[in-house]
Design a protein around this ligand. Structure first.
Ligand code: ZN
Length: 202
């Protein structure tokens, strides 16, 4: 265990937790009632609670390589991401789902340049975003940003393949949102359905 992590635990216990003690007590007594399922990338630079300044209990977070939503029915047994989505929707009854992609996403870049030594699991997983790949153009930073955004929209589409998500979206009980987080700018751009583009959240 690194010293940084151990010191972090001490700081959490002495400085952070006392500020939120009452809130944690309520979250235990009343249970969690997060309003938002947040599907983000496992990338260490993309921290949902920091980006949104959300207190404990606010976000139900699922992070994986490439903020990918797998097809609901996948051969080969139970699937952690699908189970988390279904838990958030059916049991916690969240009212919104955010799919948050980000700039400089290694998963998206690997759609063009698979990393040396990538395992079969990793290759197959990232390829779930394969439909976001743009063919026949030079791979520039601009193309990668565009692919990241295409992937976010692809994952939102795939959420609608979950019957329970689709049903609740159509009944106006759940709203879906696509976010693109720019690490270097600290900006979140949110997809505006009517304008058909991502718009900076001021
Ligand atoms: Zn990523």
């Amino acid at each position: 265990m690194t010293q940084e992590l151990l010191q972090g635990i001490s700081r959490f216990r002495k400085e952070y937790f006392p500020r939120y003690r009452e809130q944690y007590r309520r979250l235990v007594e009343e249970g969690q009632h997060p309003k938002t399922l947040f599907i983000g990338c496992a990338d260490s630079r993309v921290v949902p609670d920091v980006i949104t300044d959300a207190p404990p209990g606010e976000l139900f977070v699922v992070r994986n390589v490439g903020n990918i939503v797998p097809p609901p029915k996948k051969e080969g047994g139970p699937h952690g991401v699908s189970a988390a989505i279904e838990y958030a929707v059916d049991i916690l009854e969240v009212s919104e789902i955010v799919v948050c992609g980000h700039s400089h996403c290694g998963a998206v870049e690997s759609l063009y340049h698979p990393p040396e030594g990538a395992s079969e699991n990793l290759r197959q997983w990232v390829e779930l975003a394969g439909a976001a790949r743009v063919e026949g153009e030079p791979v520039t930073p601009e193309l990668l940003r565009r692919t990241e955004r295409r992937s976010i929209l692809l994952q939102l589409d795939r959420l609608m393949d979950f019957p329970n998500v689709r049903g609740r979206v159509e009944a106006n009980q759940i709203n879906l949102f696509g976010w693109h987080y720019l690490i270097e700018e600290g900006e979140v751009h949110i997809f505006d359905v009517e304008r058909g583009e991502f718009v900076l959240q001021e």
